[in-house]
Design a protein around this ligand. Structure first.
Ligand SMILES: Cc1cc2nc3c(=O)[nH]c(=O)nc-3n(C[C@H](O)[C@H](O)[C@H](O)COP(=O)(O)OP(=O)(O)OC[C@H]3O[C@@H](n4cnc5c(N)ncnc54)[C@H](O)[C@@H]3O)c2cc1C
Length: 377
């Protein structure tokens, strides 16, 4: 036996699972096909939005609260600044499909929020050009997560706690036996008591058939712009935002590099057959819609895309993650399928995965993320 737990894939979630597992056991090992936080994974693109206001299942809210605490713990433990607490804005048509449901979820969760009229927005956040029937909701706990720093910090914290890390070691196969789980990389093999699959857009290669059928790797792109007046788009003056106004939608973050403002079409993920070969160039249609949207929403940005990129993420057919054992009693645990929204909760999901895979504790109220919801027989 080579150890208690192997974490396969040290990206957004695997790094956090390894960090948490290293607090629980002195016998955990991480395997990463490239290097942790590499730029072609779902860690790429500098930042991810953290926000407590969303539309969706209320069971997610306690995980968000826990994740927020754990981001602060990771910062305290490593001395790294990871979450820029700049607040967040959800903007949309007053009676449209977005804002009323978001408010309903916020009230059900008891989430702190402040409704801002179009006039109040013009005073506080004039960067946003609202439509006549738009309204905004301010989330005081939202912010921008610095992804590369977060993942690097979590892996370093895990190593400081005694975890072993094998970079440039892609795992090719996982076989469960009576004694444990055998994993291989080329000619090498190891046996662990349990494994966590956290290989993001590459996970299908290692997952059982019923989960391959319930998932798809998708390409998600990002675009950045330069401000006419940079001071208006710093994290002091410009919260992260998501906006769905009529037929247009966009989300983004302040200029964390001091120059480029992230402003990206919301919810655009197209299937991609190979996570290693995600097309990085935007299509003419993507460019046109992005520029038209920025021109309407942000008169203070030059409407030229100065930077763009695209990354893989694994999407499930119902849009909820895969967090749990692949079958009852199995030693193989899945922590993947975060469907374009997993980073904000990476610390919370990582903690759940570490505790459950090591058999330390199980969590209730998570039926919506359990892999076995996709089992047909
Ligand atoms: C462009 C974009 C914007 C997004 N915006 C947001 C946002 O604003 N807020 C938010 O909360 N979420 C957002 N998301 C979603 C979030 O980033 C992802 O859900 C999350 O990062 C997925 O993490 P992961 O650990 O599953 O995958 P990854 O971070 O991609 O990690 C997978 C790792 O596994 C490794 N690996 C793969 N195969 C193997 C193998 N066989 N052996 C060993 N290692 C392997 C890879 O090299 C990689 O390092 C966004 C996603 C994208 C792509």
């Amino acid at each position: 036996m080579d150890g208690k737990l192997a974490v396969i894939g040290l990206g957004s979630i695997g790094s956090m699972a390894l960090w948490q597992a290293s607090r629980l056991s002195d016998s955990v090992t991480g395997f990463e096909a490239a290097s942790p936080a590499h730029g072609r994974s779902a860690v790429g693109g500098d930042t991810r939005l953290f926000r407590m206001l969303y539309r969706g299942v209320p069971e997610l809210y306690p995980i968000l609260e826990r994740s927020r605490d754990l981001w602060a713990e990771l910062e305290a433990e490593t001395g790294q600044s990871i979450l820029t607490r700049c607040g967040g804005l959800s903007i949309g048509t007053k009676d449209g499909p977005y804002i009323p449901v978001l408010l309903e979820t916020a009230r059900a969760n008891g989430a702190e929020h402040e409704i801002l009229s179009r006039e109040e927005m013009a005073e506080r956040y004039p960067q946003h050009n609202l439509r006549a029937d738009d309204v905004a909701v301010y989330d005081p706990h939202a912010g921008a997560l610095r992804t590369d720093r977060a993942v690097t910090a979590a892996v370093a914290a895990a190593e400081a706690n005694g975890a072993t890390v094998h970079s440039n070691t892609p795992i090719d196969s996982i076989t469960e036996t009576a004694d444990g789980v055998v994993i291989t990389s080329g000619e090498k093999s190891w046996t662990f008591e349990s494994v966590i699959i956290s290989s993001g857009g590459w996970s299908q290669r290692l997952m059982p058939d019923y989960l391959k059928a319930a998932t798809q790797t998708k390409r998600v792109f990002l675009t950045w712009f330069v401000a006419k007046n940079g001071a208006e788009f710093t994290s002091e003056n410009f919260p992260v935002f998501i906006r769905i106004s009529g037929d247009r939608s966009m989300y983004g973050a302040p200029a964390v590099d001091g120059v480029t403002v992230k402003a990206t079409l919301d919810g655009r993920g197209g299937p991609t057959p190979d996570a290693d070969a995600v097309p990085r160039e935007l299509t003419p249609a993507e460019i046109t819609e992005t520029i038209e949207t920025v021109t309407e929403f942000f008169p203070g940005l030059f409407p030229n895309i100065v930077r763009s990129d695209a990354f893989p993420d694994l999407f499930t057919t119902d849009g909820h993650p895969l967090l749990g054992r692949v079958k009852e009693g199995s030693r193989i645990y899945c922590a993947t399928g975060f469907s374009g929204g997993g980073f904000k909760n990476a610390t919370g999901f990582g903690e759940i995965a570490a505790h459950e895979a090591l058999g330390k504790r199980s969590f209730d109220g998570l039926a919506f993320v359990r892999p076995q919801r996709f089992k047909t027989s």
